[in-house]
Unconditional design. Sequence first.
Length: 169
Amino acid sequence: MVIPLKMGYSESLAEWLSKPSGIPPVITRSFASENLSHNGKWKIYLEANDPDGDMRKIVAVVSRGPRGSRVNYAGIKKGGRAKLFGYFDCMIWSGIGTERNEWGELTLTLFIRDKGGNTSNRVVFSLARSGRVTQEPPPPPFETGELKKSGMIWVNLALPPPSGSDNRD
């Protein structure tokens, strides 16, 4: 049932409630190495701003080509909700007893969602896992030794994606 609201135009209550409010966050800079050793933590560097100061979570969509995708979330601490400058450790787990090269190349699409339902621009990173590689050092302005860890993104590749869904946000 559509309920017309007297706000200068007619829309359903569901449409009105689902509209984002406020100003969306913006990811201004980002970096992640394209290579990772088998047991390493992948560091995702981000700089983002939100004039409303209401950034709430990082949304990370990990894709493995024909094997599907998985959505993961990481909360943003109160001190970083207006301006975020730091890195997230991304822990990728593929299960006990699985082949080391099982997941091959991954694509991580990342964006920020705020309290008002707005989403930021999206950044995309590719990752290949190899035996004896090191992550490339981050470029300026992320190369400072005083950069703070902003949180963790956990990815469990051992669990199959839900059937009938590609887990897109």
